[in-house]
Design a protein around this ligand. Sequence first.
Ligand SMILES: Cc1ncc(COP(=O)(O)O)c(C=O)c1O
Ligand SMILES: N[C@@H](CCCC[NH3+])C(=O)O
Length: 419
Amino acid sequence: MDHFNSRNGVMFAEDVDLRTIADAVGTPVYVYSSATLERHFNVFHEAFAPLDPLVCFAVKANSNQAVLATLAKAGAGADVVSGGELKRALAAGIAPEKIVFSGVGKTADEMRLALEAGILQFNIESEPELEALNAVAASLGVVAPVSVRVNPDVDAKTHAKISTGKAENKFGISWQKVDMLYERMRTMANIKATGVDVHIGSQLTELEPFRAAFARVVELVKSLRAAGHDIHHIDLGGGLGIPYDPDVAAPPAPAAYGALIRDVLAGLDCRIILEPGRLIAGNAGILLTRVLYEKIGDNRTFYILDGAMNDLMRPAMYDAFHHIVPVEDQAGDSFAADFVGPVCESSDVFGTGRATKRLKAGDLVAIKSAGAYGAVMSSTYNSRPLVAEVLVKGDAYAVVRPRVEVEDLIAMDKVPDWI
Ligand SMILES: Cc1ncc(COP(=O)(O)O)c(C=O)c1O
Ligand SMILES: N[C@@H](CCCC[NH3+])C(=O)O
């Protein structure tokens, strides 16, 4: 459920008319709902009751400071994958003891930053990375808490570009090498093994791959404990999918995912850490755009929007489906049209053959489910400005990141005097 609903034929974000935001801030603009963010966080957390997992929001999904601050207030921790994300999480008020650091390529500087901040754990993805962390921790005279990310070689049955838990993916330590790594950690003065971590992919629409992966991790925890390792954290990553297409059956609800985890982990006595991103933020945001032109081609109609692939990459990158809805109800019959952006790439397409009523230049269109992996993946390709972001709460709204204008970008470039 989200808080983007139609009232008397006009779409609102909570109690704010989207036309008001478009007129005041301009388009394209991302609009997020505080109520949806909070609701999704609470529904997710409650799905595990009576367990009380640490829910670390995957900052890569949406790193806006206002979004992070909203989730911090609701009780979220953070899963970060760079020094930049760590700085963002801390700046938004997320306590270091609720932060986990994932990713295959942490630099020594990033490790130092995280050790100085005192984060909860590093999710380590290779032996050389472990050696590097040991060295950095030694140089600071501290002990780094570590979970090893295991690659369970399970097919997540999601898009190949967002699957991470198969042996051929770069992520995690292969099943066969894990024991050896924990033995190595035992000999390291500045590393303490605290847990086991797994993340098999994103936008999963079935529970079975989770069950297979988590069952393997539970076996691993038991065998590591039997070998004398003090394993008390189990980090199950993120990845539960969201409904993007209203005409396709929705992925399993958080309650079913929570029940599965309770079942697979029964009696394990571990602190559970979860790293959802998309599930919390995806349907808490839209990309609000305007029709620039209606272009009637030989055999199809194009609506050319002022938003483009540089603002929302997902359709071009993964052929992802996003529901496209006019902000004001239109009269007339439906027909099929393509919604495209102005960028000079044939992949700058938000949707083809979409049923729509006739639109005209200036009409507002909402591209839904854009709160996760939207603004964070935007660029200035074709020298377009970086899109603005707005957060709504009840009948209030605020620009939480202004548009970065091309003039600002021009000023950042430096032309050497030897040209
Ligand atoms: C390590 C890790 N944790 C969490 C996530 C968040 O995934 P999602 O947004 O699908 O919940 C990702 C992204 O796939 C990830 O790579
Ligand atoms: N960016 C991707 C998901 C990748 C998740 C990060 N491992 C998306 O938009 O769906």
